[in-house]
Design a binder for this molecule. Structure first.
Ligand SMILES: [Zn+2]
Length: 457
């Protein structure tokens, strides 16, 4: 009888982890989708997967729009002087006309409670400060575009710090509805700006985009029963602009490479497929392209365990679960038994690479480690997300648990959970998949035999 590897046999190597981390974040650095850093990371990851002895190692390219250059200048008028404010371009933003400066009255909108104040023509030509989230409903986003502000200044109220956080707007919305020139400023700079009583500002946004390609990187540890649905382990290797993404998401890639090395020593019943996705920071573009390209064989993917930002020294391990309650319960229990306690979240979340799979009913999770009560990471998408703020020990714990659970999953010819989503997740997942990714699903219904409910006309 073939003996199953013991839990204790999965011992992650801190040296190997440090080496991968250092290569991705120090040698390469920023890995913005479609950039030279992105390509260098892809080459490194493929090479490491080959060295770990994995099979069918290859890259799958997809088109992506890369930010070639993005520069923002913002100044506020106080007592006749123009005082500079640190600002960065919000991803997706167009340039101000001709890349020149626009100047106008400052208008403060506190979101979401003042969303109803977004109407034209009162905001036309003005500089609108959005304090709070950018619109998360397509109709509000469209309304903001129709207001034709000269520029929008965004303040992320979840992170009350002195540094700028890089973020973006859903690419699908930018494509479909457009976007005003938008910059983002640090919370503390907004605080001072408000206190200054300044009534007008000047902004300049310069953006150059490049149509290019990025890559999903794929490798396999072949199973003894190739006919059984595979377990897909995922992470993403790209970063936002202006940071080296040590946690988001070099941590996931380091875990993926370490899992490759550990699991390559096993002889699983089911195939283990590892995928490092590209362009996640543009809203899961790489994983959505992967699912789109492999839609005909989606039934051969049994489950997805994705890892994103898992290395905070202090934090809470979250399990973003898309799938049945039984799937969540099983996974939570197995992870806990392997030493990793997690908090389950079951609302559909499109900001992670498991989401496009879940739209087709594949039991999918993203493991994430927020370190703030809000579910955020304080260093998120900023220069603070560097190697000084990650924990090798914490990551080793995660890797050990995922290796253990994966080896349990791939040893079983039958699983104690089915495909499909719970009814609460189904409609919202289908709506988001269609609206944000153009993925048309059959309501993310499980491939069960029961016929779809008849519609009454
Ligand atoms: Zn990420």
């Amino acid at each position: 009888m073939k003996s199953k590897p013991e839990t204790s046999s999965f011992v992650p190597s801190p040296e190997r982890m440090r080496q991968h981390w250092s290569h991705l974040c120090s040698t390469i650095g920023e890995r913005r989708a479609g950039s030279a850093g992105d390509a260098a990371a892809a080459e490194y990851i493929l090479d490491q997967l080959r060295q770990a002895g994995l099979q069918a190692v290859h890259g799958e390219s997809f088109p992506c729009v890369s930010v070639h250059e993005a520069q923002a200048d913002l100044a506020i008028g106080i007592a006749g002087d123009m005082k500079p404010v640190p600002a960065r371009v919000l991803a997706g933003s167009p340039a101000t006309p001709g890349g020149g400066a626009v100047e106008g009255e400052l208008v403060w909108i506190e979101m979401p409670e003042q969303a109803e104040r977004l109407f034209q023509p009162s905001l036309r030509g003005k500089l609108v400060v959005l304090f709070g989230p950018t619109p998360t409903r397509a109709d509000l986003h469209q309304r903001l575009v129709r207001c034709q502000p000269a520029a929008v200044i965004h303040v992320d109220d979840r992170l009350p710090f002195e540094w700028v956080k890089d973020d973006g707007v859903y690419p699908a919305w930018v494509r479909l509805y457009g976007m005003p020139p938008t910059v983002t400023i640090p919370y503390r700079a907004a605080w001072d700006l408000r206190k200054s009583g300044a009534t007008h500002a000047r902004a300049r946004v310069n953006v150059q985009l490049k149509e290019t390609t990025s890559h999903n990187l794929v490798a396999e540890i072949p199973g003894r029963r190739p006919g059984l649905p595979v377990v897909l382990l995922g992470a993403h290797h790209d970063t936002q602009c202006n940071n080296t993404g040590a946690d988001d998401n070099a941590s996931g890639v380091v875990a993926l490479l370490e899992l490759a090395a550990l699991l390559a020593q096993t002889e699983p019943l089911r195939t283990i497929r590892l995928v490092s996705f590209g362009a996640e920071e543009q809203l899961s573009v790489g994983s959505a392209c992967y699912v789109g390209a492999h839609r005909g064989e989606i039934a051969t993917i049994g489950a997805v365990l994705n890892m994103d930002s898992i290395s905070s020294p202090l934090g809470h391990h979250w399990l973003l679960r898309a799938g049945t309650v039984a799937f969540g319960k099983w996974l939570t229990r197995e992870l806990a038994a392997a030493g990793l306690d997690t908090v389950e979240q079951s609302a559909p979340i499109p900001f992670a690479d498991h989401f496009p799979f879940s739209a087709f009913g594949v039991p999918s999770v993203t493991l994430m480690r927020p370190n703030m009560n809000s579910g955020m990471r304080w260093q998120h998408h900023s220069s603070q997300d560097d190697l000084s703020n990650v924990s090798v020990e914490e990551m080793a714990r995660v890797i050990r648990a995922i290796a253990t659970v994966t080896s349990t999953l791939v040893a079983k010819p039958k699983w104690p959970f089915t495909r499909g989503l719970v009814p609460d997740q189904r409609a919202e997942t289908a709506r988001l998949a269609q609206e944000l990714f153009g993925l048309r699903t059959a309501g993310a219904r499980s491939p069960a035999k029961r016929p779809p409910p008849k519609r009454r006309e």
